[in-house]
Write a protein that binds this ligand. Sequence first.
Ligand SMILES: NC(=O)c1ccc[n+]([C@@H]2O[C@H](COP(=O)([O-])OP(=O)(O)OC[C@H]3O[C@@H](n4cnc5c(N)ncnc54)[C@H](OP(=O)(O)O)[C@@H]3O)[C@@H](O)[C@H]2O)c1
Length: 339
Amino acid sequence: MKALRMTRYGDIESSLEFQSANMPSPKVDEILVRVYAASVNPVDNMVLRGDLKAMRKESFPAGVGRDVSGEVVAVGKGVTHFREGDQVFARVGEEHVGTVAEFIAVHASHVAPKPQNLSHQEAAGIPLVGLTSYQSLVQVAGLKQGDKVLIHAGSGGIGSMAIQLAKSFGAYVVTTTSTANVGWVKALGADLVIDYKKQNYQDLLSDMDVVFDTLGGHYTLDAFKVIKTGGRVVSISGDLDPQTTEELGLGWLIRKLLALKSRKLMKAAEAKSALYRMVIMKANGKQLQELGNLYQDKIITPVIDKTYAFEQSKEALSYLAAGRAKGKVIISMEEPATA
Ligand SMILES: NC(=O)c1ccc[n+]([C@@H]2O[C@H](COP(=O)([O-])OP(=O)(O)OC[C@H]3O[C@@H](n4cnc5c(N)ncnc54)[C@H](OP(=O)(O)O)[C@@H]3O)[C@@H](O)[C@H]2O)c1
């Protein structure tokens, strides 16, 4: 089968190529999916550049892509709740990365039925950003009705999903974006959209219950300037907090170094009696099914910026790397014609 693969750490042009790869064979608790659509995420470019080497070393050639929507073509002996012909979607586990390919094996516990009202292209854009938003806002921040939440970068893959998810929980949603995106981000349901080109959100906000920091850098520490006492700051791009480094099972020395790095953040959190957590999302089929239901019930709608053909996958990654995506960037495979 044909697959896009990383041949070494580097850039999109020099380190990615289409190769002929062995067909994956599903283990006892796995499913083989024929890929109809995949989506790309910033993590794909980060892994390619070698930014995450300290956490996980790649062996080459390595697959590209973590989101998939497609059709089940085979199931392992231990799989009881999916069968051949099912239309499914998933964020595959790190051991299965490589959805920009004709076929992919996935652990059954990471898979959910595709919402029937969505195309494969729409569904492929949901898993990674949906699970990240769910695990950050619902699981860790415990978002509830009436909470005031700031979601940075409302026009991104994460932001455009997180705004809708937070609204579905009855939160008051504030988001930041650039001038050109203000109108359509507002239409996603945000109560207040701050144009970061013209306004400083720190001048406008105070006493937020939750800040969802998608940007990292100085934005993580700055969150404590607008959070209320006892509030919750959840980051997906900031420094790792001690609890998360422990959960990740990182070694003692690296945990010590990371603790030093996050010292300022933990101090700022303590001064506000606030929570600080850095979330590393995990594949989870059950949560994905819950998210799928929100799409099925039209409480959330997919936001797709651009769709590329399989052969244009490198262009898709380059477009995403520019950092200006408005919603999700999708890779569409050719579906077999129905008789
Ligand atoms: N920890 C985890 O498990 C996890 C999971 C998923 C993602 N992430 C991380 O989360 C980040 C966001 O992911 P994504 O998929 O949403 O990325 P993305 O789709 O590439 O985000 C692009 C968007 O960011 C906006 N943006 C850039 N700078 C901004 C600023 N200063 N203020 C407001 N908006 C700004 C851009 O809007 P404008 O053009 O209007 O500026 C654009 O719409 C990435 O760094 C990713 O690596 C982490």
